[in-house]
Design a binder for this molecule. Structure first.
Ligand code: ZN
Length: 491
């Protein structure tokens, strides 16, 4: 018996709105697809939450003995400013503003995303396909949908016929939207509009003369609609039917609703067996948005350089903070909550450290077998990381008191406690010990040195001032002098 046969994992399926017993289509293999970022800006909290949520799922499935093929895409073309297929392509807009090639924008922000995910100890996916690398697959799928009668062509663009689809199927079944409401709430189509109905969505869009991201097709030069990439790439790497599709609740509509429609229209059946959605992040109770001034990037959090932040919070603090809440609930960021997470994480890590030093004894007071069962039960109940963490805190209390002479465990019990504690803290939750305050301490020391250098310069001791700068450079720290101070960065 492997762990996954022993354990009954229940996950809440967004489609049925019920917790369902997870059974893999083809055990021990599991196909997992998660919508990744559209790479046109710095990674922020809205990127971290789905990444950490599905990292927890990925880690737990692997921990149970499944072989998981985890596909998380990079959207690098086709995601327009408005979900209604209008506005500029987000990547193209950024490229125009920064006077860069679109693929330079994509590479830059993909690198930044990867770096941030690594800092959060998010495991890389098995495959990370890009939309622009799968144009042919998307064209083939669009053509199949067209041939099956669920799309129409207008002036070089292809649109999905939602009304036609809805006659036989249920458009809105995932998000709970009612098609009639969508139609009556939508703005009236103007005469220039190519769509038959405002709810229709683009499978392929004709590229205007200024649109540089363009590919030849049967329908003329153009680019794929945003929703098509995930249908085409999940099908390519996971097959026509696969186990789990994840993403944030912001993607439920229209993105995932359209994915279902596309798969059914192309293959006659739904591709996904379990849909899972992580909830959103709020900041001090408010939705995060650039216009609200509360848009916090992960780098802001790691460095503390944002006016809403009282200090820097380490990547592990951010990860632990996210895991302390269930993925299905909204998560509110505040300095107070982050500081509490920081203290909680420190308590767990301190327990992990002294756990190695505990000596077996005659005493009792802790049931390691029950602890193991509680830990599995928590995770099996729709990835109940907050409940798991509560059990870990209980065990940490015992570990600390045993360390100071307040209890002991016989050898076998102690070994069980050690292995269960470590497996769940490090393997399942993906927490890692951070060198305490090192980042902060380094910053403080460099700032101290450079402040001294400024004073030295005022006294015109250029020899010493240059020596400080050059020696810092030899450690990879670049100093840039400004009129009133200095900037520095570690390369
Ligand atoms: Zn997607």
């Amino acid at each position: 018996m492997t762990l996954y046969e022993d354990n009954k994992l229940y996950i809440r399926n967004t489609l049925t709105r019920k917790k369902e017993l997870f059974s893999a289509l083809n055990p021990p293999n599991v196909g997992l697809y998660v919508c990744g970022p559209t790479v046109y800006g710095d990674p922020h909290l809205g990127h971290a939450r789905p990444a950490v949520t599905f990292d927890l799922l990925y880690r737990y499935l692997r921990f149970l003995g499944y072989k998981v093929r985890y596909v998380r895409n990079i959207t690098d073309v086709g995601h327009l400013e408005s979900d209604a297929d209008e506005g500029e392509d987000k990547i193209l807009k950024k490229a125009r503003l920064e006077q860069l090639e679109p693929m330079e924008v994509v590479q830059h922000y993909t690198n930044r995303y990867h770096k941030a995910m690594e800092m959060l100890n998010v495991l890389p996916p098995s495959i990370e396909p890009r939309a622009s690398g799968h144009i042919i697959e998307q064209q083939v799928m669009a053509e199949t949908i067209l041939n099956n009668g669920y799309a129409y062509e207008v002036n070089g663009s292809l649109y999905f016929d939602v009304l036609k689809y809805h006659k036989e199927h249920n458009y809105g079944k995932l998000s709970g939207r009612i098609l009639e409401d969508l139609i009556s709430n939508a703005r009236q189509l103007d005469t220039q509009d190519e769509k038959r109905n405002s709810v229709d969505f683009a499978l392929w869009k004709k590229a205007g003369p200024a649109h540089i991201m363009r590919w030849p097709s049967k329908w003329g030069e153009g680019f794929p609609g945003w929703h098509l990439e995930c249908s085409a790439m999940s099908r390519k790497y996971l097959g026509e039917k696969f186990d789990i599709h994840g993403g944030g609740t912001d993607l439920l509509f229209p993105h995932h609703e359209c994915e279902i429609a596309q798969s059914v229209a192309a293959t006659g059946r739904e591709a996904v067996r379990y849909w899972m959605h992580n909830n959103m992040v709020t900041i001090n109770g408010q939705k995060m948005g650039k216009s609200l001034g509360n848009f916090i990037t992960l780098e802001d959090l790691f460095t503390g350089k944002h006016e809403l932040l009282e200090k820097a919070y380490s990547p592990m603090t951010i990860r632990f903070f996210m895991l302390q809440a269930h993925y299905g609930g909204t998560l509110d960021f505040s300095n107070q909550a982050l500081a509490a997470a920081e203290r909680g994480l420190a308590r767990l890590m301190a327990a992990a450290e002294v756990l190695d030093k505990l000596k077996p004894g005659e005493g009792g007071g802790f049931d390691a077998g029950a602890f193991e069962k509680d830990a599995f039960d928590a995770m099996n109940d729709d990835l109940g990381s907050p409940v798991l963490i509560a059990h870990l805190f209980e065990s940490a209390r015992f570990i600390n008191s045993a360390y100071t002479g307040g209890g002991s465990l016989p050898q076998t019990e102690l070994e069980k406690l050690r292995s269960v504690f470590r497996m769940f803290v490090f393997d399942v939750l993906g927490l890692a010990a951070e060198k305490k305050e090192t980042g902060n301490l380094t910053s403080k020391l460099v700032d101290l040195l450079l402040n001294i250098r400024m004073e030295v310069k005022k006294k015109k001791d250029y020899e010493l001032s240059d020596r400080i700068r050059n020696e810092l450079a030899s450690f990879g720290i670049t100093v840039k002098d400004r009129k009133d101070g200095f900037d520095w960065e570690i390369s």
